[in-house]
Design a protein around this ligand. Structure first.
Ligand SMILES: Cc1ncc(COP(=O)(O)O)c(C=O)c1O
Length: 378
């Protein structure tokens, strides 16, 4: 049996019951289950606002669009961001004709606050922080830096469903935090995400912008008591088709019930990897920041000659992942090549060991044995 980096686990029977309700009622779109999921998410995280979307990418785009609109940012203004991320984080900055300025990463693979400060110019408007693998890195210093320099803070929390910092779910410190419930995330649906704004007015605007800029959504216009449908609405802004639907929300509602228990299992697997890897000094474990309880979306290590080691694994049907190659290596962002030496070094060594809910201790033993064999003499 192959051992893959990710395999999502779905609570199928419960999910099908939840979806059946949508089908029987004849309401699969925006509203109904999306409203319920938003309130459950707010309760779970303690965040004041939450709006369900069709992806995290849409949410990050909306975050930039919203802040540009609200604060009068100009084309060419700069956002400080990380090179070690999935490209969504950085593409959304370009969607809004702003410039991604890359700050280097620290030992947690998150933005290094000192380098972020060095990269601030007259044109800097915000910092985009990514909690890689569920790690908070030096997020608190980034929050302080944003406060000191009057910059907006966007949190790409794609990997952070269930991440706690100092005992509290992350997200409330950012102007906008965006979670991902994409197919292999800790809270997998099919594709969806949640945008959580700090301010009520931002939440209101984001709801309009995610539904073509229309003033009232279809669920608000459908009068449940009278069964009538108010057709009239206004369009104060150009918006996007980014809202989530009730089928995805149904999956999310069920998966959310199990998130803490499943993240606890992921953490146990991570602890076990840490013990097993003691015998391989050539492999460095990416640490979790102090006072952070990571969602453990990823278990990242730094491995010499990573590409050869990956090939070695394949022969045993073991398929680790790479999260990520420094975005400065892609032609789109090559203007920043050489500006983030740590990221460019780590990007040749980073590897994510298989970590998901079907992994057993025996699987982990096998992964570490093969890894030991692969790095022997390197
Ligand atoms: C760090 C990071 N940001 C953003 C995204 C985009 O998330 P989504 O697929 O929900 O749009 C991902 C997805 O892999 C991610 O890993």
């Amino acid at each position: 049996m192959a051992i893959n980096v990710f395999v999502p686990k779905f609570h199928t029977d419960e999910i099908l019951e939840e979806i059946r309700e949508c089908l029987d009622r004849g309401w699969t779109g925006l509203g109904f289950k999306t409203v319920e999921f938003e309130s459950r998410w707010k309760k779970y995280t303690g965040l004041p606002f939450a709006h369900f979307l069709n992806s995290n990418t849409s949410g990050l785009h909306l975050a930039i669009h919203l802040l540009k609109l609200q604060n009068g940012w100009k084309d060419g203004d700069e956002i400080i961001t990380t090179p070690i991320t999935f490209v969504s984080t950085n593409h959304v900055i370009l969607y809004e004709r702003l410039k991604p300025v890359f700050a280097d990463v620290d030992k947690y693979m998150c933005i290094d606050p000192d380098d972020a400060e060095r990269k601030i110019t007259q044109k800097t408007r915000a910092i985009m922080f990514v909690g890689i693998g569920g790690n908070t890195g030096q997020y608190e210093k980034i929050i302080e830096l944003c406060r000191k320099k009057k910059l907006k803070l966007i949190l790409d929390a794609a990997h952070m469903s269930g991440t706690l910092y100092k005992g509290k779910h992350v997200g409330s410190e950012a102007d906008v935090a965006v979670f991902s419930f994409q197919a292999v995330k800790n809270l997998p649906t099919g594709d969806s995400g949640m945008i959580c704004c700090k301010e009520e007015e931002s939440d209101r605007l984001v709801r309009q912008l995610s539904w073509m800029g229309i003033s009232k959504d279809t669920y608000q216009r459908f009068n449940k008591n009278e069964g009538s449908y108010k057709w009239h609405y206004d369009i104060p802004n150009v918006g996007f088709k980014y809202h989530g639907n009730s089928i995805m929300a149904s999956i999310g509602l069920v998966q959310l019930k199990y998130l803490d228990e499943e993240n606890a299992y992921r953490n146990r697997l991570a602890e076990n990897y840490i013990k097993l890897l003691e015998v391989i000094p050539q492999v460095n474990i990416v640490p979790v920041a102090p006072e952070c309880v990571s969602s453990r979306h990823l278990f990242q290590v730094l491995v010499p000659e990573r590409d050869k080691v990956m090939q070695f694994f394949y022969a045993y049907q073991i398929y680790p992942g790479v999260h990520y190659i420094s975005n400065t290596e892609y032609p789109m962002y090559s203007y920043a090549r050489g500006t983030c030496p740590n990221a460019e070094k780590y990007s040749k060594e980073l590897m994510s060991l298989p970590l998901h809910l079907n992994i057993t201790e025996d699987d982990q033993q096998k992964v570490v044995e093969v890894l030991a064999e692969a790095v022997k003499g390197r």
